[in-house]
Design a protein around this ligand. Structure first.
Ligand code: CS2
Ligand code: MG
Length: 402
C-alpha cells in the first residue's frame, strides 16, 4: 500500500481547525489533526508546502521511519509548528493502519487496559458561588472529576471563565484581547474557592485547578501548600516550565499533585521534570507532542518515574485529537485522566465521531481506525477566521504569562 494523496483542510465551525487527510492507493483514508491555536495557518503551510511532497508514495505502515524522516530529516527539530505537522501525519497513518487491519487503534497500542477513560470537565463562574453552581451542573451530568476556576475579586476578567455566551473558549476572533492579572489577589482567593467546594461537595468529587503558568515557583509552592487540606487531583501549570528545575522548589514544599505539559512539544521539554519526579501528570497532547509514535515513548518513559498521563483536551484540539487520545488512554498502562471540554454542536457535525461520554467516563468506540470522520462539504462552509488567545498584563501594565 502507498500514500497516493494528502491534503489539508482548514475549517472554522465556531473555531479554527487544521486537518490532514491522507489517502492510499487502496482507497483508505486517514485523518490527523494539526491545529495550533492562534497559529493555525503556519502548520497548514508547513504541511502543504514542505511535508506532503515528501510523504507521497511511501508505505503508510512505516510510521516509525516516516516520523524519523520528518523529525531528523528536516534538520530543524522540535517546535510547536513542526511537531503539530508531524503529529498530523503520524495520527493519520495510524488511522489508516487501523482501517487496513480492520481494528480500532487502541488494539495497535496494546489493546484495552480499561473499560472507560476518566475525564474531567471545566466548571467556571464569575465568582465562587457561580463556579460552584457550575460544579453542581457537571456532577449532575455524571462527571466524577471537575476543574474549577472562578473570577477573582478585584480583577475584571480572568482565565477559564465563561463569557457572555455562557461558554469559555480558548481564543477569540479578531486581535488578542487583553486580560489583567495580580498574583497577590489570586493567591488570596483560590484557597477560599476550594474550601467552599469541599464544604459543598464533600470529599468524593475529584477537583482540579489550572494556574496557567502565572505564578513564580515560590508563589506556586505557597498555593500548593494552602490547597493541601482540599486534596486536589492536581494543580496544573503552577509556574512556567522553560526552567524545569523551578518545579523542584514547588515540589519540595507541597504534596498537592502537579500537572504540566500542555505547551510542550517534545519529551525533552519534560525530561528533567519526569526523571526528577517533580511532576505527577504529563499533559502533552498527541497533536502538539508529535503523534502516537512520539507520545507512546514519552508515556513509557514517564511510567518509569510514576508519572501518569493527563492529556490536554481543550476545544482547540479537534475531535480527531480527542478520538486519538481516547484510543491512547484506553490502551496505555500509566493513564491518569483525560481533559474533556466538549466541542460545539457545529464542530461535532463537521467531525462525526464514534466516541461517547457515559457516566463520567469516555469510550473511543470499537470501529476500525480512530472512528472519526470529516464532512468536507460542511467543513467548506466554514472559512478560516483570524482568532487569538488573550494576552495578560499585570495591574501596572507589564506583560505577563498567559
Ligand atoms: C487550558 C487551555 O485546557 C487547558 O488546560 O490551559 O484552555 C489552553 O489555554 C488552550 O488550550 C490553549 O490553546
Ligand atoms: Mg491548562
Amino acid at each position: 500500500m502507498k500514500i497516493a494523496k494528502a491534503s489539508v483542510i482548514v475549517t472554522s465551525p465556531g473555531r479554527n481547525y487544521v486537518t490532514l487527510k491522507v489517502e492510499t492507493d487502496e482507497g483508505i483514508c486517514g485523518l490527523g489533526d494539526g491545529t495550533l491555536n492562534g497559529r493555525e495557518l503556519a502548520v497548514a503551510s508547513y504541511l502543504t508546502d514542505h511535508v506532503i511532497p515528501c510523504i507521497l508514495d511511501r508505505d503508510p505502515f512505516q510510521t516509525e521511519d516516516i516520523w524519523q524522516y520528518l523529525y531528523r530529516g528536516a534538520y530543524w527539530r522540535r517546535g510547536p509548528v513542526t511537531m503539530s505537522a508531524i503529529a498530523a501525519v503520524d495520527v493519520a497513518l495510524w488511522d489508516i493502519k487501523g482501517k487496513a487491519l480492520n481494528t480500532p487503534v487502541y488494539n495497535l497500542l496494546g489493546g484495552k487496559s480499561r473499560d472507560g477513560v476518566l475525564v474531567y470537565g471545566h466548571a467556571g463562574g464569575k465568582d465562587v458561588e457561580q463556579a460552584l453552581e457550575d460544579v453542581a451542573r457537571h456532577k449532575e451530568m455524571g462527571f466524577k472529576a471537575v476543574r474549577v476556576q472562578s473570577g477573582i475579586p478585584g480583577l475584571a476578567a480572568t482565565y477559564g471563565i465563561p463569557n457572555a455566551s455562557g461558554r469559555y473558549e480558548p481564543a477569540e476572533r479578531g486581535l488578542p484581547p487583553e486580560y489583567e492579572w495580580s498574583s497577590e489577589l489570586y493567591l488570596r482567593h483560590v484557597p477560599k474557592l476550594f474550601a467552599r467546594a469541599r464544604e459543598v461537595f464533600g470529599d468524593e468529587l475529584h477537583l482540579l485547578h489550572d494556574c496557567h503558568h502565572r505564578l513564580t515557583p515560590i508563589e506556586a509552592a505557597r498555593l500548593g501548600k494552602e490547597l493541601e487540606p482540599f486534596h486536589l487531583f492536581w494543580m496544573e501549570d503552577p509556574t512556567p516550565a522553560e526552567l524545569q528545575e523551578s518545579f523542584k522548589i514547588v515540589r519540595e514544599h507541597t504534596t498537592t499533585p502537579i500537572a504540566a505539559g500542555e505547551v510542550f512539544n517534545s519529551i525533552w521539554d519534560a525530561h528533567d521534570l519526569i526523571r526528577n519526579q517533580w511532576i505527577d501528570y504529563l499533559r502533552m497532547s498527541l497533536v502538539h507532542g508529535g503523534g502516537f509514535t512520539a507520545m507512546k515513548k514519552a508515556a513509557d518513559f514517564a511510567a518509569l518515574y510514576h508519572v501518569r498521563t493527563g492529556f490536554h483536551g481543550a476545544t482547540d484540539l479537534s475531535p480527531v485529537t480527542m478520538a486519538a487520545a481516547l484510543h491512547f488512554d484506553t490502551a496505555i498502562h500509566n493513564f491518569g485522566i483525560q481533559e474533556l471540554m466538549p466541542h460545539s454542536e457545529e464542530t461535532d457535525r463537521v467531525f462525526p465521531h464514534q466516541y461517547a461520554f457515559r457516566d463520567g467516563m469516555m469510550v473511543p468506540g470499537d470501529g476500525p481506525g480512530l472512528g472519526v470522520d470529516l464532512d468536507e462539504k460542511l467543513a467548506a462552509r466554514y472559512e478560516y477566521q483570524r482568532a487569538y488567545l488573550p494576552i495578560n498584563r499585570k495591574l501596572d501594565g507589564t506583560l505577563t504569562d498567559w
